[in-house]
Design a protein around this ligand. Structure first.
Ligand code: GLY
Length: 588
């Protein structure tokens, strides 16, 4: 560990940076998502995680058993798409807070033949949904309605998304790629401290529902590390999908069970919602940053657009020369993010419903105009930045990355939104249902549960997908695969993912340094810089304060699951993000 910190410190000095303070929070407390918590400072270093190097394939995910499933598929001749589908289903079992079949997500694919693809399997609002369904008769947003009740549930997309990717670009059968997940659900898996920590966040909610408590509590008590968690109902559900495909989920007893539970609990879901659910192949958002080309998530995600808009604004500035986290480089990065998030929150929504002005937002003229508004030595108050609405923030999610020996790469970010979604399971289906409806605007200009507000472009409409920040991203360098990256963490996903790229591409860090480096985030409102411990030295903090910045210390931003292709050796490199100790990077 000391070596990596020394190396990082040296590399920072060598690029002229102010010495970054590398003290980090203990991993056991590394909160991933949800409203960002103010945290005490003075924590110890993040624990060391090995740098993994591999030649033939690599997987990195937030749960070690899911990573092992992916590597095994690759070793048995599967390609990156086969492995990604297998990891997705495995995460639905071993990482049930976030990995899912009851939610949705996005997949960015780079094929060895050079094509770059994007698959949208985001949830959709039920057909009976209305813009004001989260409000009471007097127009007040009802607290908890979009997060804790069946009204929060969007039509799940994961099963159709994984099946579509496998059918189009995989080489293995559904049964082959689902077998490991079914085994893990049926035979169970031994819980590690990282797994137990996440389960324990929701113990009280599990107690409220006997069918949930029967699985996720041990006779009413939280499961302990070392115990085995078995999920026989989920195993049966997965087996019926393996046997019957998407029809088993969207037209058979699984959909029926969800609709029945929804109706019994004042939800809106119908069998028609499930029958009419579709996934969509979209063109990824593409932009250049120096010699790098970035492919990331288009709407209904805001991720790719906001990353590319920010990068376009900062591209002309010599950030590396000014130094990693020097006051000057931080200032220009933060001001670029502030402006890109203002646009994000004002203009973006589901492309099936909203005309997203992507061309304009990513034009050189727009970047130049925004750049011209940045004052060299002064923070711009968010109230003076164009756009009339506030930001959006969501909660829990998980990302994983896969690269195979042929040069195919897959980045997947998927979610049930909050940890364990609405924390309810329909009957005996065994899987948690999302609360993705909370990603919509419950009421324009009214803060959501995180004290944040959203705009009209993202209002609730029947069959619409809520705006997301998920940013599964592939980076090419001189046309060759260079990096696969992404993160959970609601709106902070955008900063975390972008910083994982910038740390390598701009600041010359290796993958381990890039992941360990403390992160920052600015999302227009609140008008604050979110900063992990050690993100700024005291003198940089003082300079930023003098420029008018307010810094909000946060415990930790999301974990990055990234794979780097070493341009010289061609070897794959990855490291588990120590912010999420249950995760693992592995290859062969
Ligand atoms: N629910 C998290 C996101 O889509 O950004």
């Amino acid at each position: 560990m000391r070596n990596i910190l020394t190396a990082l410190a040296l590399s920072l000095f060598s690029i002229g940076a102010a010495p970054a303070v590398l003290a980090r929070p203990p991993a056991a407390n590394a909160a991933q998502d949800g409203p960002l918590q103010a945290r005490p400072t003075g924590d110890t270093s993040l624990p060391d995680q090995p740098l993994v190097t591999a030649k033939h394939g690599m997987v990195v995910s937030a749960q070690h058993l899911a990573t092992a499933v992916g590597v095994d598929i690759l070793k048995h001749g599967g390609n990156a798409i086969d492995a990604a589908v297998a990891v997705g289903y495995a995460l639905a079992v071993v990482h049930p807070c976030c990995g899912n079949i009851g939610g949705g997500g996005f997949m960015t694919i780079h094929l060895a033949d050079g094509r770059n693809l994007f698959l949208d399997f985001r949830e959709k609002a039920p057909l009976a949904a209305t813009p004001d369904m989260m409000q009471n008769a007097t127009g007040q947003v009802v607290k908890g309605r979009s997060t804790k009740t069946y009204l929060g549930v969007g039509v799940p997309g994961t099963v159709m998304g994984l099946d579509e990717a496998l059918a189009k670009y995989g080489t293995m059968s559904r049964k082959q790629v689902m077998a490991p997940a079914i085994r893990l659900a049926k035979d169970g898996f031994v819980l590690e401290p990282g797994d137990v920590r996440i389960l324990d966040t929701s113990t009280d909610a599990f107690r409220a529902h006997p069918n949930v408590a029967a699985i996720f509590l041990d006779h009413g008590h939280p499961w302990q590390a070392g115990q085995t968690l078995r999920q026989p109902q989920l195993a049966r559900t997965l087996q019926s999908i393996a046997d019957g495909g998407t029809r088993a989920f969207y037209e058979g007893p699984i959909a029926q069970a969800v609709v029945k539970a929804s109706k019994a609990n004042h939800g809106l879901l119908t069998l028609e919602d499930f029958r009419r659910y579709t996934v969509a192949w979209e063109k990824p958002i593409e932009c250049n940053y120096h010699e790098y080309t970035i492919y990331s998530a288009p709407p209904p995600s805001s991720g790719g657009t906001t990353i590319c808009e920010t990068l376009q604004i900062i591209a002309p500035y010599p950030l590396a020369k000014w130094g990693f986290r020097s006051a000057r480089s931080a200032h220009y990065f933060i001001e670029a993010e502030r402006r890109a998030f203002a646009d994000r929150n004002t203009y973006l929504g589901d492309p099936a419903f909203v005309d997203n002005p992507i061309g304009k937002l990513l034009s050189a003229e727009h970047a130049a105009k925004l750049r011209a508004g940045i004052e060299p030595d002064k923070a711009t108050p968010s109230s003076e930045v164009a756009g009339s609405l506030g930001p959006y923030q969501a909660t829990n999610t998980t990302h994983y990355s896969v690269v195979d020996g042929h040069g195919n790469a897959v980045a997947v970010t998927f979610t049930v939104n909050s940890y364990f979604g609405i924390k309810q399971i329909a009957g005996g289906t065994g899987f948690f249902l999302n609360n993705e409806m909370d990603d919509f605007t419950s009421k324009p200009h009214v803060p959501n549960q995180f004290g944040l507000v959203q705009g009209k472009a993202n209002r609730i409409e029947p069959g619409k997908r809520p705006l997301s920040s998920m940013s599964p991203t592939v980076v090419l360098r001189d046309g060759k695969l260079f990096m696969v990256t992404g993160s959970p963490g609601g709106s902070t996903i955008i900063s975390t993912t972008m910083e994982s790229i910038l740390n390598v591409a701009e600041y010359g860090m290796d993958i381990k340094q890039a992941i360990y480096a403390p992160r920052i985030h600015m999302q227009w409102y609140p008008d604050e810089i979110f900063a992990e411990p050690g993100a700024f030295t005291p003198s940089v903090e003082a300079s930023l304060a003098a420029m008018g910045y307010r810094i909000r210390p946060v415990h930790a931003l999301g974990d990055v699951e990234a794979i780097l292709v070493n341009p010289k050796s061609g070897l794959l490199q990855a490291v588990n993000d120590p912010r999420y100790p249950a995760g693992k990077a592995a290859g062969y």
